[in-house]
Ligand binder design. Structure first.
Ligand code: AMP
Length: 222
């Protein structure tokens, strides 16, 4: 299984990729998570990325391309890419990486959610600065207010780039740069269209089913 998760910020790519990764024991590679970790550690990559991430802009291609290239070497046959590629140039670079590794994508899971819903959703998102677990004040609240279920850390935080004005910028960037990839992968018969405006487990069932099936031939928008 070699999948790409595509969709706007807040569509649930990370949540769904984590669930599928657990279900099949497949490495989950989230460029956003890798960048946030580098930022928290203050590495040169992290310091460079921060000025873009905090404003809702895309980090320069050469930075993320290098992160993905390094990690794909070890995960040749099985991976879930979440948050990459995010523009045509990254998609071209991914094609080159896969060619060199003599492999190809099995499918692309596109999670669709309308913009109005995304702005509300992202506003309620909280995460654990210690282990990275993600919650939502309404749809996935922690058992104890403000404490992480996974590691017990007290003090969940809002990502700086989840603030309303940054989310609007991220959506603009998404529509301009990333949304065209939907057509690219549709034309290659790789795209599964999933309605992400439903409870997490309902979306997860469709994602799991789609991940095990070749796209196309099933009618609907897949
Ligand atoms: P995410 O957690 O996927 O929403 O990513 C958070 C932020 O990290 C994005 O808003 C970008 O600033 C940066 N980022 C993540 N993945 C990429 C990528 N493939 N290309 C450029 N920037 C990225």
């Amino acid at each position: 299984m070699r999948l790409v998760f595509l969709g706007p910020p807040g569509a649930g790519k990370g949540t769904q990729a984590k669930l599928l990764s657990k279900e099949h024991g497949i490495p989950h590679l989230s460029t956003g998570d890798v960048l946030r970790e580098a930022m928290a550690k203050g590495t040169p990559t992290g310091l460079r990325a921060k000025e873009f991430v905090d404003k809702g802009y895309l980090v320069p291609d050469e930075v993320v391309d290098a992160l993905v290239r390094e990690r794909l070497q070890g995960a040749r046959d099985r991976f879930l890419l979440d948050g990459y590629p995010r523009n045509e140039s990254q998609a071209d670079e991914l094609d080159r990486m896969l060619l060199q590794l003599k492999t190809e994508l099995t499918s692309v899971i596109y999670i669709h959610v309308a913009d109005e819903t995304l702005v509300k959703r992202v506003g309620g998102r909280r995460s654990c600065p210690k282990c990275g677990a993600v919650y939502h004040l309404e749809s996935k609240p922690p058992k104890r207010a403000d404490a992480c279920d996974a590691c017990g850390n007290e003090g969940l935080v809002q990502r700086p780039d989840d603030r309303a004005e940054v989310v609007r910028e991220r959506l603009t960037v998404y529509h301009k740069n990333t949304a065209p990839l939907v057509e690219r992968y549709k034309a290659k018969d790789l795209l599964h269209w999933i309605d992400g405006d439903r409870p997490i487990d309902a979306v997860a069932r469709d994602v799991s089913e789609a991940a095990n099936r070749k796209p196309g031939g099933s009618g609907g928008r897949s």
